[in-house]
Design a protein around this ligand. Structure first.
Ligand code: CA
Length: 235
């Protein structure tokens, strides 16, 4: 006995909207579709959905403004689906408060995985792993209370900054964190451009310590021009 989650799709391209709608319905979601921003916003306020799938390029309102309007009163998960590949757009959407970002064309399983992650995180009250004392994915374990990172049971020695970075990413597992978001969280609001470089250097060190092959990472991924995404914890 489980209640179906309701998802609103705000997308003006009929073919994409139909494809997503069919996919979601066959995966037991309840779906509401809107082809304009105005219609979408009114459904978001009237239908109490569990998640919003949002196209950025709509005929009436810019998707970024829709994110800002929804975020002014609701923390409902928003996943942006857009043909826009410019990194700036992704960063802007994420920093405006969307939870995740998919660039068209995307696969069905990718879409469903992102939806599950966003819903899980939302139901957990923000960070999916924040309330969990331990992060685990394959060989990697992070025990937040002991500040202990182990790989195949062997302790990994991280510097203070490296540990802060890894635990921030782990607590937000499955989600892209933008460079600015990470820098603000680690170095505070007065960080400057040098911190971009310092962040990159620290991430390189972390990868050497955690990844079998740093060029093909298994735990922490680079979203080029946007930020980093760590695997979601899978106990
Ligand atoms: Ca569009």
């Amino acid at each position: 006995m489980s209640l179906k989650s309701t998802i609103i799709i705000i997308e003006d391209e009929k073919s994409i909207c139909n494809f997503i709608e069919t996919t979601l319905i066959s995966n037991h979601y309840k779906v509401i579709t809107a082809s304009t921003g105005q219609e979408g916003l009114s459904f978001v306020t009237s239908c109490f959905p569990d998640l919003v799938l949002l196209d950025l390029g709509l005929p009436d309102i810019d998707g970024i403004d829709i994110i800002k309007q929804i975020r002014s009163w609701s923390m409902i998960p928003i996943i942006v689906i857009s043909a826009r590949t410019q990194e700036q757009e992704k960063v802007l959407a994420l920093d405006s408060g969307c939870d995740d970002y998919l660039t068209k064309p995307f696969g069905t399983s990718e879409l469903l995985a992102r939806i599950r992650t966003a819903l899980r995180r939302h139901h957990a009250g923000g960070n999916s792993s924040a309330s969990e004392p331990v992060y685990t994915y394959e060989d990697l374990t992070i025990d937040f209370s002991k500040r202990l990172v182990t790989l195949k049971g062997e302790e990994i020695h991280l510097t203070q900054i490296e540990y802060k970075l890894v635990s921030l990413l782990a607590k937000n597992g499955g989600r892209v964190l933008t460079y600015d978001y990470i820098i603000n969280h680690i170095w505070g609001p007065y960080a400057d451009n040098n911190n971009n470089q310092i962040l990159r250097v620290n991430m390189a060190h972390i990868r050497r310590k955690l990844e079998k092959n740093p060029a093909e990472p298994n735990y922490i991924f680079t979203e080029i021009g946007v930020g980093y995404r760590m695997r979601e914890s899978q106990p």
